[in-house]
Design a binder for this molecule. Structure first.
Ligand code: ARG
Length: 264
């Protein structure tokens, strides 16, 4: 009996392991008649841009960026494959040709533009500082956070990491995933997290102990654009056409509204 149980546990572990390794790739058959796939790189820790949602007992990859990527794939008459990785890996994967394009709420900074090409901006958002609700009174100005006793968090490799550096006196913690950062904030291991407002809004709604502080940070703009390999102008032209159409028809607005409510 004991032996049977251990075989059972072994098989379960095996299933879990296989599940883990394959779970980083998601495929969307958009049309049976399409030939092959285009591959998107993303970091699905960023609701409402992209995240893994439990839909009817299965983990599904959803979000604004995923919907846009599907539209781009349709325009290319291809099905869509998505590789889900840490945000800090995305540009290297793109440069090495492991993925064809990246949508990850990624801001087209000058530094990144030296490595890859970007589409037009499809979504604008500002940066905010999240804190524990109980600290709303204590943390009201930049100087309240710019102290050696304060720990400021941001996602590894993000523009928020650069913004965190402006708090020269504070300690910094750069973590790979947003859920991990938010957990540390909730637990009191970090005092403040810099993040894009749509992401912050989701956490405020879903976790009542977290709040958005009134502190403004320098250069708070953060638009999102699609990245492709340098010089891939043909693909970029298609992508820009898709984005323009999504914006002009109001479809993108609808996607944003739907995904924000899907995250609640
Ligand atoms: N907009 C920020 C940046 O470009 C953060 C994006 C983080 N995205 C993500 N999927 N985790 O650096």
């Amino acid at each position: 009996m004991k032996k049977l149980l251990s075989v059972f546990v072994f098989v379960l572990t095996l299933i879990a392991l296989v599940g883990c390794t394959s779970s980083n790739i998601y495929t969307f058959i958009l049309d049976e008649s399409y030939d092959g796939y285009i591959t998107l790189g993303t970091s699905a820790d960023y609701a409402p841009y992209e995240w893994i949602k439990n839909v009817e007992g299965k983990s599904a990859l959803v979000g604004i960026d995923i919907e846009i990527a599907k539209e781009i794939a349709h325009a290319m008459k291809k099905n869509l494959k998505v590789v889900n990785k840490g945000f800090d890996f995305l540009l290297d994967d793109l440069k090495q040709g492991k993925v064809d394009f990246v949508l990850a709420g990624m801001t087209p900074t000058d530094k990144r533009k030296q490595e890859v090409d970007f589409s037009m901006v499809y979504y604008e958002a500002i940066q905010v500082i999240m804190i524990n609700e109980s600290n709303l009174d204590a943390y009201q100005t930049f100087d309240d956070l710019n102290k050696s006793s304060i720990r400021i968090g941001a996602q590894l490799g993000s523009i928020q990491q650069d913004l965190a550096e402006t708090f020269t006196l504070a300690q910094k913690q750069y973590i790979q995933t947003i859920p991990d950062l938010m957990m540390r904030l909730s637990d009191g291991q970090i005092d403040a997290v810099i993040v894009e407002k749509p992401v912050a809004d989701g956490y405020v709604l879903n976790r009542e102990n977290l709040a958005i502080s009134n502190i403004m940070i320098g250069d708070p703009e953060g638009g999102s654009a699609v990245a492709v390999q340098k010089g891939n102008t043909e693909f970029l032209t298609v992508i820009n056409q898709v984005i323009e159409e999504l914006i002009s028809t109001g479809k993108l607005n609808q996607i944003v509204v739907d995904m924000i409510s899907f995250n609640q």
